[in-house]
Design a protein around this ligand. Structure first.
Ligand code: 3EB
Length: 309
């Protein structure tokens, strides 16, 4: 195994030693709490610069968790911004040292994502730190921006898990949505650094990573206060994205009903309605995990990330 993620409000005492594991401190609403990434053949374990990782010949899975309390903050940067910048700086060092230079997919979790300190929403603080690390590593060109998700959880450290490859993944953008790295300054001083999806090619296989997808058209949040309409808009976004990915794939076209997904619902009481709406699109038998988490804009109630692999 390369690594795992686990959803729940408690960090279990029985974590597998040496196995990089991301703890997603959020209430599970439905589905399997554990997701595992399997390598092929011999795997190797390592720890460097605070990053715990395992890799096989083609992929590296890593986790870095940084407590914000370890950062002092100053007049220009909050502790969260500093933590974000350091986490990504460390991650990029590990990628360079281990020979997996291409970042494919990232999962970012932080507490109180919509909270505000020093006059700036915490998600936007995180975006500044992340952007600065990408910039410092020379990774701001759109061909090297990974698929990602960024969600607010119940607390704990800034937690970042990632998959990286020896070869680049191909970023995919969504024609219905402005690329997030081009968002105007009204969404924060530095834009988020993620692509809408990434196509990764391993020997003989292709994996599609769909970033967290919300009810955003262009750069605007739409359907304020209506979780079902937001979910429908998300499905439209997923369809557009799969059509784009299908233009680039070596295989058959991607379809909604072949996806596995993780669904983040801000208000647990919205879960039954969101689930009913999504079941029609993904199929009632699709492997979907629902959890309660805060989406990175206060007006967004649902976010869906997905994979075909
Ligand atoms: C959006 O489309 C919704 O900051 O890494 C989705 C996926 C979102 C990833 C990130 C944010 C991120 O802007 C939020």
């Amino acid at each position: 195994m390369l690594g795992a993620s686990r959803v729940g409000l408690q960090v279990p005492a029985d974590s597998v030693p040496g196995l990089p594991t991301q703890h997603i401190l959020a209430p599970l609403l439905d589905g399997a709490p554990v997701e595992a990434w399997f390598g092929r053949g011999a795997c190797r374990t390592g720890k460097a610069h605070g990053v715990s990782f395992r890799c096989d010949g083609e992929l590296l899975f890593g986790v870095i968790e940084l407590a914000e309390a370890a950062f002092a903050g100053d007049a220009v940067a909050t502790p969260l911004q500093q933590a974000g910048q350091q986490a990504y700086g460390s991650l990029f060092r590990v990628l360079a040292e281990e020979g997996f230079p291409h970042l494919w997919r990232v999962w970012n979790y932080l507490g109180d994502i919509n909270g505000e300190t020093m006059g700036l929403e915490r998600y936007r603080q995180f975006n500044i730190g992340r952007h600065q690390a990408f910039e410092a590593a020379g990774r701001l060109d759109m061909d090297s921006i990974p698929a990602a998700s960024a969600l607010g959880v119940a607390g704990g450290p800034l937690s970042i898990a990632f998959l990286a490859g020896r070869v680049p993944a191909q970023p995919v953008e969504n024609p219905r949505q402005m690329s997030a790295y081009r968002y105007p300054a009204e969404y924060g001083p530095r834009s988020p650094t993620f692509s809408r999806a990434a196509l990764g090619r391993l020997s003989g296989e292709e994996w599609l990573f769909v970033s967290g997808t919300a009810s955003i058209v262009g750069h605007h949040s739409v359907h304020h206060g209506d979780p079902v309409a937001q979910t429908r808009e998300i499905v439209a976004n997923l369809e557009a994205l799969l059509a784009e990915a299908s233009r680039r794939t070596d295989g058959p076209a991607y379809r909604l009903d072949e996806l596995s997904a993780r669904v983040y619902v801000r208000h647990p009481e919205d879960y039954p309605a969101v689930r009913a709406e999504l079941a029609g699109a993904l199929g009632a038998a699709a492997p979907v995990v629902y959890l309660q988490a805060d989406v990175c804009r206060a007006d967004l109630l649902v976010e869906v990330e997905a994979q075909a692999c």
